[in-house]
Design a binder for this molecule. Structure first.
Ligand SMILES: Nc1ncnc2c1ncn2[C@@H]1O[C@H](COP(=O)(O)OP(=O)(O)OP(=O)(O)O)[C@@H](O)[C@H]1O
Ligand SMILES: O=C(CO)[C@H](O)[C@H](O)COP(=O)(O)O
Length: 299
């Protein structure tokens, strides 16, 4: 963690809604006049789509497994290096993984490829990461230690699968069977690398549908926000102004001493009310750390 160069990470599985959540953060950054550098977790995959297909085939032949949730297919060293480097110097390197033709055409590349690495950070206030591994800890890597504000985006698993299946078939050109197969193939890594992160987060936003999602593999549409509630769990409940949230968010209630539940339609408002003071606090600490540094260099 670093007061001078804070890192915010939204972590969640594929299809959980981390990209969608970025809009809420960008809105808060704009309102507070914060310049952020946005890093997409998928850019730390080790392989292009074509290479990954080959790796999957090799793993099948060896009787092993590889998935985008695990350490074989992602470069946790590089992710940890970026977080460490940014927290120390406010700089680092990033690239993008291009999923669709719409994303790839401006770069004159094919979907499933990476853009070249580029330098980032100069003149930014905050690094904002959204992706699969913002809170990952393994025997070899500890990415979570550098994150100042870690947010979990975690729909209940049936909803997560529906979101993934519908997004991957409609927007990324995969067949329903291929997406289903990738969910099955990823299960071990899901349990070992993805879910443990949600016990390290400062706040989790868990969307729970109020419509039947019992067969996610046959779902035709994503339950809407109005067809869901959002369960918001805080790691520490001291200093959290629950009475304020309850008075501001129509239909909100507490289900546990550290857990607020809001109607799905109020998710954006809840995110703004909850995250704005946390982000402001990071900025105040940043300012204080910089003032201290200036003061020391004047001595
Ligand atoms: N709160 C929500 N209400 C309705 N649909 C949602 C919500 N959040 C996400 N979705 C839908 O779920 C799908 C997946 O969301 P998104 O692309 O943000 O996931 P992601 O976590 O960024 O996935 P990946 O890491 O694989 O890119 C999208 O089609 C998005 O529109
Ligand atoms: O969302 C994902 C992981 O977060 C994708 O499964 C991964 O990025 C590979 O993408 P594609 O299937 O478009 O090649």
């Amino acid at each position: 963690m670093s007061s001078r160069n804070p890192i915010i990470a939204v972590t969640g599985s594929s299809g959980a809604g981390t990209s969608t959540t970025t809009d809420a953060f960008e809105h808060i950054f704009r309102t507070l006049g914060i310049t952020s550098v946005n890093v997409e977790g998928d850019s730390f995959h080790r392989f292009s789509r074509q290479e990954m297909d080959l790796e999957k085939r090799k793993a099948r032949e060896d009787g092993t497994n590889i998935s985008y949730f695990g350490d074989k297919a992602n470069d946790f060293d590089a992710l940890e290096r970026l977080f460490k480097g940014y927290s120390e110097t406010g700089k680092g390197r990033m690239r993008r993984y291009l999923h669709t033709f719409d994303e790839a055409v401006p770069y004159n590349q094919m979907p499933g490829t990476f853009t070249p690495w580029e330098e980032l950070g100069e003149g930014t206030d905050i690094l904002f990461y959204e992706g699969l591994h913002g809170g990952v800890v393994t025997e070899k890597n500890d990415v979570a230690q550098y994150v100042d504000l870690l947010i979990g985006m975690v729909p209940i698993v049936n909803l997560e699968w529906i979101q993934k299946i519908i997004r991957d078939t409609n927007q990324r050109g995969h067949s329903r069977e291929a997406v289903t197969h990738s969910i099955v193939r990823s299960m071990d890594d899901y349990i070992n690398f993805i879910t443990p992160q949600f016990s390290r987060t400062h706040v989790n936003f868990q969307r729970v549908p109020t419509v039947d999602t019992s067969n996610p593999f046959s779902a035709k549409a994503i339950p809407s926000l109005d067809e869901s509630f959002v369960v918001i769990r805080f790691r520490e409940s001291e200093n959290i102004d629950f009475p304020f949230y309850l008075s501001m968010i129509d239909g909100a209630f507490m289900s546990r001493v550290n857990t607020l539940v809001v109607p799905g339609g109020k998710m954006g408002l809840a995110m703004e009310l909850i995250l704005t003071p946390l982000i402001k606090e990071l900025m105040v600490k940043k300012q204080q750390a910089n003032q201290q540094l200036d003061w020391m260099s004047d001595l």
